[in-house]
Structure formats: structure tokens, C-alpha cells
Write a protein that binds this ligand. Structure first.
Ligand code: GAP
Length: 484
């Protein structure tokens, strides 16, 4: 069995070979920390996205509705949210050339000139310093290694300072003239929910507690972006803001921690692969926060954050927009009087869709040795839960003649409106099974000469590789049940 670093590399290669994930604009040598989803990856991602959406907006006891806000938002949004002032990473300037470097870029470029082992050690040192925000340590590292500016050729550096992670772009016809035209690409989807709080609450006559869910792209000019789709510059978030009465945040925080863990377990991933990590250092908006971490091949890492955001966001939007973000709570309190007007508190659940894809892939990927000393054999199988698999059913006529393809195509016509099928009539059946294993198809059926006689087919199960004969007219129901 491959060790974990090798497994991670093997997953990346497999994703490319089988149409899951490609480096962005690869023909131009790619774009750092940006990826494209291929024919199978986009289906896998969509299935995860749909499952989260349904769980949030349909399956909860609590009242949760979805929205789809624009990526561009009024720039004041990001002032109010604290991102303009607080969402930063370190940078350094060369005093002679005045050229500004992201600290990680400078160190990484230098590391590329070193032998592999030294390079890894230097990058590990850099990551540790970045993690603890040890700016003096980063500067010392740059000076000790005599890293030079590519323009001036000198090592005459300023102190390390913060760099904002938001991408900026310009709006409208006139570019480059004034800051008035400047907009950000949103670094989180959450603010689209906060600025629509009143719209949704009033138009939906929503009563607290209630939630607003959203799935969409977010953008961050990440400083350390080297772990495949774990840390990207363009990624997708699935977030839910749950609006509550002030003072109830502790119980709702515990409630959503537990509920979200149940969602993770419902993916068929065992409990020991997850852990909660409570934040010691809280983000600028939180009074309690934790991550749900999954044990990736590269170690336990964050997949989802659960944050008790107090009334920080709504209060700040009220202050900056001068619009009242209050809710009138008519329910009677312990003193027999209505709770009255207040700015709601918020519990947020925020999960990265791409990280979830990486988690599901990591859990599903298995290299199996099926051989004997006399007859070596192996397979790579992706053991996706059937509901998440890109293709649910492989339909494989044993031969390309004798009326077998016609029966197979009838089955395809019957099933394809209900779930995704893959039809293939070329190559030996064993080879075709292996290809379906490699993209995680949970079921394959083979149509052979016996099918013509008794209308039965061979169904083959991906995980056990067991085969059995079942009536042709039961195939659709069996698969539909398995993916429900
Ligand atoms: N609204 C709160 C928020 O954005 P976060 O912890 O910064 O909180 C939430 O991000 C989730 O978004 C993370 O748990 C992670 O899954 C995902 N995420 C954040 N940055 C990411 C990146 N650069 N690439 C991929 N996913 C990312």
C-alpha cells in the first residue's frame, strides 16, 4: 500500500487521468491554485452540492431557505464586514527596486533553486512562521538565506507587513481613474446573506429562529496555495447563517456542531476520520468557533467551520448602511412581555465544496491487489456512496452483435431520465469493469445471450465485485433505491 504522501499524489494523477480535476488553462502551463473540474469531477461536485442543498433547505426541522446572491457586492460591504481591514497576509518590499513581494512567493522562488530535501525543509519552516504570524521570523529567514530581489539584485528588505487577500477589479466603462469604480470579488458568500437578511425575512415573513443558505464561488488571493484543491484562489462555499435570539447562541452553536457532524457521517465516512478543532484564536467576527477536520492523506485538516458570529455583521451593516437590521420578536419572554426589537445573533456553518470533493475522493480512493503469485492483478477503485457517484450504472452488452446492443439501449432509454448511465460496447468485459471502478460507478449490468432467452442480466457490484443474475425489469428500481 502506498504511503500517505504517495496516496495524495496518486489521487491527483488519478483525478487527471479519469476526468475529475485538471489544472486550469493547462495548455498554457496552468494557473497557480486554480483548477477545472472535468466530466466526472463536475458530476461528483454537483452531487455533493445538491445533497448539501437538499439537506439544508428541505430536510431540516428548522426553517431554512436558500438564496443566490451576486459575486459582486457594493464595496462598503467589505468595509462593514471587516475584510478590508482584517483579511490580510504578509508581504515585503525591496528598498532599492521598490518591488513588492508576497513573502511566500519570494521564499518559494528561492526554494525552487535548492535541492529537493532542502527545499521541503525551507517551505516547512516558512509555513510554521506564517501560521504563527511571526513576521520578524520571516524577515530573519529571508535575510539569513540572503534572498535577493530579481530587479535590484540586493537583499535590502523592509519589514514584513500585511497584504489583503481580496481580489480587486474595476466596474463600468472607465477604468483606472478612481477608487469609486473598484469592486472586490467576494472572499466569502456569507455577506450576500447578511445584506439580504431584511429582504428574506420580510418577503418570507420568517420568524426567528430561521436560516438562509447559499452556495457559490468565493475568491482569495491565498498566500500558501500548494495543496491541490485544498487551498485554491477560486473556490466554492456552501454556507448557512442561522438567525437567533441574542443569548441563545451557546445552545444553537452546539446544535449546529452536532447537526453538521451528522451530515458528515451520512456520507458514509467513519467517525474516527473526523475531529472537532476548537479555535484558540478567534476571527474578528466570532465569540466561539470550531472546525470539523477530516483525516486527509496529508493529515487532519479543516473541511468546515462553525462560527458563532454574534450580531457583528448585521450590526456593522446597520452602522454603515444606516438601515435598521432589527427584528421584532412578538414571542413572550419569561417576564410575560414580548422579546421586542433586537439585532439577531448568528450561527454560521461554512463548508468548502472543493474541500468536500477532496475529502470524498480521499475516502473513496483505494488501490487493491487482486492477484496471486501466478497471476498478478490489481485495480484502483473509487468507493463513492452511490448517491454521490458521477455515474450510477454502467450498461455493457457482452458483444456488439446478436441483438445484445439493442436490448442494452432499451435499458439505457428506460434509466437515463432517472439517473446517469454510461453505455459501452467495446473491449473485453473485465477491462470495461475496471474503467467503471476507476470512476466509481457502483453498478454495472451485462447483457448477454441468456438475456435474450430469459430477460435476465448480470449485475456486478463495484465494492465486492460480486455478480448475480436479476430480471432486466428490476434494474432501474434497484439502482433508484440505492441512490435515494
Ligand atoms: N464565512 C466564513 C468563512 O468563510 P472560512 O473558515 O474562512 O470561513 C470556510 O472558510 C470554509 O471555506 C473552509 O472551512 C474551507 O472548507 C473553505 N475554504 C476557505 N478557503 C479556501 C480556499 N482557499 N480553497 C478552498 N476552500 C477554502
Amino acid at each position: 500500500m502506498a504511503n500517505d504522501t504517495n496516496k495524495f499524489q496518486a489521487i491527483i494523477s488519478h483525478c487527471k487521468e479519469y476526468g475529475f480535476i485538471f489544472p486550469s488553462s493547462e495548455i498554457y502551463d496552468g494557473l497557480s491554485a486554480v483548477y477545472d473540474y472535468g466530466q466526472n469531477g463536475s458530476e461528483l461536485k454537483k452531487n455533493i452540492r445538491d445533497y448539501w442543498w437538499k439537506w439544508m433547505t428541505q430536510l431540516q426541522e428548522e426553517n431554512i431557505v436558500g438564496i443566490d446572491a451576486a459575486i459582486f457586492m457594493h464595496p462598503t460591504t467589505w468595509k462593514a464586514s471587516g475584510h478590508v481591514d482584517n483579511f490580510s497576509d504578509p508581504m515585503i518590499d525591496n528598498k532599492d527596486s521598490k518591488k513588492r513581494y508576497r513573502v511566500d512567493h519570494l521564499i518559494e522562488a528561492f526554494a525552487d533553486t535548492l535541492p529537493e530535501a532542502e527545499k521541503e525543509a525551507l517551505l516547512a519552516e516558512m509555513e510554521a512562521l506564517l501560521k504563527t504570524e511571526d513576521f520578524a521570523g520571516l524577515k530573519s529567514l529571508i535575510e539569513a538565506r540572503k534572498m535577493k530581489c530579481s530587479v535590484s539584485g540586493t537583499a535590502n528588505w523592509t519589514d514584513v507587513r500585511q497584504f489583503n487577500l481580496m481580489f480587486k477589479t474595476e466596474f463600468g466603462a472607465v477604468s483606472g481613474e478612481a477608487d469609486d469604480n473598484m469592486v472586490y470579488l467576494r472572499p466569502e458568500t456569507a455577506q450576500g446573506i447578511f445584506v439580504n437578511f431584511l429582504n428574506v425575512q420580510k418577503s418570507g415573513r420568517m420568524k426567528i429562529p430561521f436560516g438562509i443558505a447559499q452556495i457559490g464561488k468565493a475568491f482569495r488571493n491565498e498566500i500558501v496555495a500548494r495543496q491541490f484543491i485544498f487551498r485554491m484562489r477560486e473556490f466554492e462555499q456552501m454556507e448557512m447563517q442561522f438567525f437567533i435570539r441574542p443569548g441563545t447562541q451557546k445552545e444553537w452553536y452546539e446544535y449546529w456542531k452536532n447537526a453538521r457532524m451528522q451530515w458528515h457521517l451520512s456520507l458514509g465516512i467513519p467517525a474516527e476520520k473526523y475531529k472537532f478543532h476548537d479555535h484558540a484564536k478567534l476571527a474578528h467576527y466570532a465569540d466561539a468557533a470550531c472546525d470539523i477536520e477530516y483525516n486527509f492523506p496529508i493529515g487532519f485538516k479543516e473541511v468546515e467551520g462553525i462560527h458563532s458570529r454574534t450580531d457583528f455583521d448585521l450590526r456593522n451593516h446597520q452602522e454603515y448602511s444606516k438601515k435598521k437590521m432589527q427584528y421584532f420578536d412578538a414571542e413572550l419572554g419569561p417576564d410575560g412581555k414580548p422579546y421586542g426589537n433586537y439585532i439577531p445573533y448568528v450561527i454560521e456553518t461554512s463548508i468548502g465544496l472543493d474541500r468536500t470533493v477532496m475529502m470524498v475522493l480521499s475516502e473513496a480512493y483505494e488501490e487493491q491487489d487482486l492477484g496471486t503469485p501466478e497471476k498478478p492483478d490489481s485495480r484502483v477503485v473509487l468507493r463513492f456512496p452511490p448517491k454521490l457517484a458521477p455515474v450510477k450504472l454502467g450498461i455493457l452488452p457482452l458483444m456488439k452483435k446478436d441483438g445484445l446492443p439493442e436490448i442494452a439501449r432499451e435499458l439505457l432509454a428506460e434509466c437515463r431520465a432517472s439517473f446517469r448511465c454510461f453505455y459501452e460496447e467495446k473491449d473485453a468485459i473485465g477491462k470495461r469493469y475496471r474503467r467503471q471502478d476507476a470512476i466509481g460507478t457502483p453498478f454495472c449490468v451485462t447483457i448477454d445471450h441468456q438475456t435474450k432467452e430469459d430477460r435476465t442480466v448480470t449485475i456486478r457490484y463495484r465494492d465486492s465485485m460480486e455478480q448475480e443474475r436479476i430480471p432486466l425489469d428490476q434494474v432501474k428500481n434497484l439502482i433508484a433505491k440505492a441512490i435515494d
